[in-house]
Design a protein around this ligand. Structure first.
Ligand code: ZN
Length: 689
């Protein structure tokens, strides 16, 4: 097949040049739609050709070309999606938005073509299957699974119903989000008396002042948007005002609070749950929770419940003690008789500051960007024997962006990545890793994987290097962990190489695993160096940071477990289709695990977008699940030596190189020698008995 998807027409479009790295300097918004349209026409025609004829479908005759078509389309789209995130402009956004429906229509069309499903099925049950490679078999199994979950096996009537359900669910998800957004924007706290700002730090006041100015108001404006709400609830010393903003926040889109009934998500949530249940049953699952498990590492929803309950059990004693401490503190400081939900963030922050006072700015001086990058590359050299260095010139989308390459000890190129570190205008916030090119084997050899690594740290000022906060260092390591998973893979099929085909609840293992190294004194010896003196981060400062990290670890853990248990039990409930029943499930969960009982008007669930409009339905537990895996994996390094080359090799071979070719539970066992245990996470969180 052709590596160069350049058409025979005179169309000269840099997006269609797949001969190497994307030509970022040449790509213009006006190239986007023609390139995508060209690929869609081409793919459709080739798929029709593949499906024509009576020959028995084979891997080389059908599955491989299908994968290649898919991959080529993704390669054309990857730089577009990336530029849309890091170089936003009205023209690019318009081009990007115009293509989204075309791409999703194409994907739906292919996945719902019964001939496509039949062809994959034929290969699966044909004589060739046992002779296929592990990656090929896995890819085939995953494809069939996903098609089945998309309704491919249903009869005509059920298929129509399934389609209708999916359509209604999409509408309901966006209604849920719109209600939440409208409710969030409808309420505000406008303060004009400086005395009402008591407790708020200068930075929070400045943000509230700027917000007021934006609206042409005097004084200070607080809203229910995350950062503004957190500013106020964390720092305001005015208890009645804290209560007011708390009540407005936790009753958004519900039957309670200042806008009771106005954008009530109650009926929307009930309908979503009923439809999900119906959809799961159409596919033969007892409930939506089990449908969700079909693509997860966890074996069943029972196993997840057991896991969450065990964690809760182990975290509860610490959480109780932390709460008692906080109550004592609030009583001693302000004579508070009863610690309410709207008091907890405020007193927690004061207690935390009092106990672990250290200046973020002082820490930052120990993490100049060149030292951090050198340290990160040194770490992976020690662990996996790979060398990272800056690559030769390449086309980039901004002068700050650098291209790096990763080579084996014997010099073989394993992967490349673009590093885009600094915050700037027209760049989306946050940090992430994305795929630019995936690994595969072609007639000409191996296509080397390429990643996009994006962060948003403050850019350097003048000649001084950028200084990172410790949080930013941890974030960089996290994303680099995803990047290593993508780049060090040895799998020859894009669909199961690197992070592809890895279960949702296991995909954060390599990334969270990397975070651990940022807390190790031995690593900080070469990962930090004071910007003026070059001295590494002092041990007592690190100790303080480590204690601060685990402040109220028990309460935090229980809160996450409360959400995860609620999510799982709700999606197992045979009759949750109204607000009353949903509340009852939540009340039972709180009774079972929570140490903090919110007031009766609390309607947290009406804003729980993760599970009602995001991708986390019956999957919220994944956060904790992956944390257990990453902590337990790291603990083997703790036991056998942080830089023990055998352990590093095992992690490389069993986790990073294997991609999605095997069940994550199997890979984990191969690395750890046993199934995962929760002990390491508890110990790292300071919760071990
Ligand atoms: Zn991640």
């Amino acid at each position: 097949m052709d590596r160069r998807a350049r058409p025979d027409t005179e169309l000269d479009n840099p997006l269609l040049d797949l001969s190497g790295l994307p030509r970022f300097r040449d790509i213009r918004p006006e190239h986007v739609a023609p390139a995508v349209d060209y690929m869609l026409v081409r793919n459709r025609a080739r798929i029709q050709a593949l499906l024509a004829g009576d020959a028995e479908p084979t891997w080389d005759g059908f599955a491989q070309p299908m994968e290649d078509l898919d991959e080529a389309l993704e390669r054309v789209w990857a730089p577009v999606a990336h530029l849309n995130a890091v170089c936003d402009s009205p023209a690019l956004r318009e081009a990007y938005d115009a293509c989204l429906p075309r791409l999703s229509a194409y994907a739906t069309e292919v996945s719902q073509d019964p001939r496509v499903y039949r062809a994959y099925r034929a290969i699966r049950s044909g004589p060739e299957y046992p002779r296929l490679t592990l990656a090929q078999r896995r890819l085939l199994d995953n494809t069939l699974r996903d098609l089945r979950l998309a309704g491919a096996e249903l009869g005509e009537a059920d298929k129509a119903r399934f389609k209708a359900i999916r359509k209604e669910l999409a509408t309901l998800a966006s209604r849920f989000d719109r209600h939440l957004l409208d409710a969030t924007q409808a309420w505000r706290l406008h303060l004009t008396d400086p005395a009402e700002l008591a407790g708020l730090p200068e930075s929070a006041r400045a943000r509230a002042r700027a917000r007021a100015e934006q609206e042409g108001l005097d004084g200070w404006l607080f809203t229910l948007e995350g950062p503004s709400y957190l500013d106020f609830i964390t720092y305001s010393a005015r208890r009645p005002l804290r209560r007011r903003i708390y009540e407005a926040y936790v009753t958004r889109a519900s039957d309670q609070g200042p806008h009771a009934g106005r954008w009530d998500n109650g009926p929307v949530m009930g309908r979503i749950l009923a439809l999900r249940r119906e959809m799961a049953r159409l596919l033969g699952y007892p409930h939506y929770a089990e449908y969700s498990m079909a693509t997860k590492m966890a074996g069943s929803s029972d196993e997840v419940l057991e896991f969450l309950r065990e964690l809760a059990e182990r975290a509860r004693p610490a959480a109780r003690q932390e709460l008692a401490e906080l109550e004592d503190y609030a009583r001693a400081e302000d004579g508070l008789e009863r610690l309410e939900a709207w008091d907890i963030p405020y007193y927690s922050e004061r207690l935390r500051e009092q106990r672990y006072r250290y200046a973020q700015e002082a820490v930052r001086a120990y993490f100049p960007e060149p030292v951090v990058l050198r340290g990160l590359f040194e770490l992976v050299r020690r662990l996996y024997g790979v060398e990272v260095r800056e690559a030769g010139p390449a086309q980039v989308w901004h002068p700050d962006v650098r291209l790096y390459e990763i080579r084996d000890r014997d010099g073989a190129l394993r992967g490349r990545f673009y590093l885009d570190l600094y915050a700037r205008r027209h760049k989306r916030g946050g940090a992430w890793m994305d795929e630019c090119i995936g690994r595969k084997r072609t007639a000409e050899g191996v296509q080397v994987p390429v990643a996009f690594l994006t962060c948003n740290v403050s850019p350097p000022v003048g000649d001084a290097p950028a200084l990172l906060t410790h949080d930013e260092v941890v974030t960089l390591f996290h994303e680099f962990g995803h990047g290593l998973h993508h780049m060090l893979t040895r799998v020859d099929h894009v669909g199961v190489a690197g992070i592809n085909g890895v279960a949702w609840d296991a995909v954060e293992l390599p990334s969270q695993f990397m975070e651990n190294w940022c807390w190790e004194p031995e690593v900080l010896g070469f990962l930090s160096g004071h910007v003026e003196t070059g001295a590494p981060l002092p041990g007592d400062l690190l100790d303080k940071m480590r204690s601060a990290r685990n402040f109220q670890a028990g309460m935090q853990m229980l809160r996450q477990i409360e959400f995860a248990l609620f999510d799982m039990l709700l999606h197992r409930d045979p009759a949750a289709d109204g607000p009353g029943r949903i509340q009852a499930v939540l009340d039972r969960v709180r009774e079972e695990v929570a140490v903090v009982r919110p007031p009766a008007f609390n309607r947290f669930q009406h804003g729980f977008a993760h599970i009602f409009s995001g991708g986390y339905a019956a999957g919220y537990y994944s956060y904790k699940w992956a944390e257990v895996l990453s902590a337990d994996a790291f603990s083997r390094f703790e036991e056998e030596g942080l830089f023990n080359p055998r352990v590093g090799r095992d992690f490389l071979v069993h986790i990073l190189e294997a991609g999605g070719t095997r069940e994550p539970a199997e890979l984990f066992r191969a690395f750890r020698g046993r199934p995962p245990r929760i002990d390491a996470l508890l110990r790292h969180s300071g919760l071990a008995a």
